[in-house]
Design a protein around this ligand. Structure first.
Ligand code: AMP
Length: 551
């Protein structure tokens, strides 16, 4: 065969170099824990990421090593997103909201050698520390307090670098980033993202019918950077030279709106719970914020209610809807109405905008039902399956976890959807037994196993019920053994050791019996139907405030 093009690898180091050369003066703004704003430029970022890479190599990092981050959304986390892969390592973002036991499981499973942690998050590190095997812990002194001798001071590490980094000869298929997701069997699963996947995913985000990110944009990633590559923004923004504005730990709607106004944000990204808070605030304090006309809120992680899209429109804020998964880097579909829909009436247009959208270029999708592939008729539901260059082909170090891939190589999402003739996906249901509350997963199987360890519990089912703020909250349905008793408080205390506070069901319902299917599985669909009206009384049943206070 004749030679074609150069075998130039698609790697993150190209994005890093490009940002340093082309956009050196562009700003990166971070709100710090003390609420002050720190301003850096892409030139600072370029030097910082390279100095971090040098420092990690001095500490002994070798190709493929995983370096965990326990960090908020700010400039230093962006530095880790690039500095670790630039050294040949894999940046492994740890979810700050998980229980310490889950975090140490994940760290062990990933085999992380190093940890980079914000000093304000050291108390969380201390809780997981006993179960972890990090060789070195690098502390980012956000507060300016001295770093204890047992840790590596990140500032000092950077100062010792002399700008002599030579990038390793990276293969685009090598791992660059990693993120764990909640498994349906309760055990978290790791996804290892290649340089190539991250680069192609970033390019897809620039597509005009996707996020259409451009140099003129000012991007506010509210979605935590420990979630699936914070939806691609930290990689796509330096590629195009868009300004980045990071909220740090201040995720309440008023702080976010202040920041969006002050920094003239053009696009922010977060889960529906965050966007609902924003809608509430702009309605409550009408006219308080002078936001940029055409501000877009990219929403994903769960379906935004159509009413939310309508509410925000009234304030000139456009909610744009995307669907994806940790296993899909994460974006797979984006919802943009087609040009011919512009003349549709308002209700029809809102209906379209609340759909999950059409596949991004290079993402193949299909719905599969009991009889095989379902037609794209907008009516027949099937499990959504994906294929493409940024869709995972396996879980990290989990050779026995292949059931999520079909025999012909498609990824089985566990989401049940219809696809219409134009390719718009609408998620109808979820076949995976898992609960998503405020954008965070809660494993029903894990909760059930823990509850059934109580001597008084004969059987327990944990199901999702609707909640107006968190979208879903767990409800425990419990059958007690004859002659013994347990209270909801006792069960709550039992779970408190093992689960994060927000993962614990707020309501426990005691029943005589749990219905079963013909194959002996708990018939959760019936339970969900039976208890669906609990949502009417949601606030008293689920007075869950803990997510509000989470970092
Ligand atoms: P994660 O891996 O944590 O990003 O979660 C991915 C899952 O979240 C998907 O499989 C869906 O169940 C759900 N999800 C993500 N985005 C949406 C959306 N826009 N609408 C409905 N569900 C969503």
């Amino acid at each position: 065969m004749n030679a074609t093009m150069m075998p130039y690898p698609l790697t993150l180091t190209h994005i890093l170099e490009r940002s340093g050369k082309l956009f050196p003066k562009t700003a990166i703004v971070s709100r710090m824990p003390d609420r002050s704003l720190q301003r850096h430029t892409y030139d600072d970022f370029y030097r910082h990421a390279r100095a971090l890479a040098e420092g990690l190599i001095r500490l002994g990092l070798v190709r493929g090593d995983r370096v965990a981050t326990l960090m908020l959304n700010h400039y230093f986390h962006l530095g880790a997103y690039f500095g670790i892969p630039a050294a040949g390592g894999v940046v492994h973002t740890l979810n700050l909201r998980l229980a310490p036991m889950d975090l140490s499981f994940i760290e062990n499973h990933a085999g992380d050698r190093f940890l980079t942690v914000d000093d304000v998050l050291l108390p969380l590190y201390e809780k997981m520390r006993a179960g972890t095997k990090f060789e070195r812990v690098i502390v980012v002194p956000l507060t300016g307090q001295p770093v204890a001798k047992e840790f590596v001071d990140c500032e000092a590490l950077l100062r010792e670098s002399v700008n002599d980094l030579t990038y390793p000869d990276l293969d685009e298929r090598e791992g660059a980033a990693m993120c764990y997701t909640s498994g349906t069997t309760g055990v978290p699963k790791g996804v290892l993202y290649s340089h190539r996947a991250l680069v192609l995913h970033s390019l897809a985000m620039l597509f005009a019918d996707c996020a259409a990110l451009a140099e003129r944009d000012v991007i506010l990633p509210v979605v935590p950077m420990f979630h699936a590559n914070a939806w691609g923004l930290p990689f796509a923004a330096p590629l195009v030279g868009a300004r980045l504005v990071f909220p740090g730990p201040h995720l309440d709607p008023e702080s976010l709106l202040d920041l969006a106004e002050q920094e003239r944000v053009t696009i922010a990204a977060g889960v529906p719970t965050v966007m609902m808070g924003i809608a509430d605030a702009v309605e409550k304090y009408a006219g308080r914020w002078k936001l940029l006309p055409g501000l877009r809120l990219m929403v994903g992680g769960a379906a935004p209610p159509e009413a939310l899209i309508r509410r925000l429109d009234k304030h000139g804020i456009r909610l744009v809807h995307a669907w994806g998964m940790t296993e899909a880097t994460p974006l797979a579909t984006w919802c943009n109405p087609m040009p011919q829909m512009e003349c549709w009436d308002a209700d029809a247009k809102y209906e379209v905008r609340s759909r999950q959208g059409r596949p991004l270029p290079f993402v193949d999708l299909r719905g599969v039902g009991a009889e095989g592939e379902v037609p794209w008729d907008g009516k027949t539901p099937g499990e959504l399956q994906l294929r493409g260059p940024w869709i995972a082909s396996s879980y990290f170090n989990s050779p026995d976890e292949q059931s999520k891939w079909s025999d012909d190589g498609w990824f089985r999402t566990g989401d049940v959807a219809t696809i219409d003739p134009d390719g718009y996906v609408r998620i109808r249901d979820r076949s995976k037994d898992i609960i998503k509350s405020g954008g965070e997963w809660i494993s029903s199987v894990d909760l059930e196993n823990a509850l059934m360890a109580h001597p008084a519990v004969a059987e327990a089912a944990v199901i999702a019920v609707f909640h107006p703020k968190w979208q879903e909250r767990p409800l425990a349905v419990v059958v007690l053994r004859e002659g013994v008793t347990a209270t909801a408080q006792e069960l709550r205390e039992l779970l408190a050791d093992r689960f994060a506070r927000w993962q614990i069901p707020n309501a426990f319902v005691f029943v005589q019996e749990i219905p079963h299917t013909s194959t002996g599985k708990m018939f959760k669909a019936q339970l969900r139907e039976r208890f669906k009206d609990l949502s009417a009384d949601a606030e008293s049943h689920f007075a869950c405030r803990c997510l509000d206070t989470m970092a």
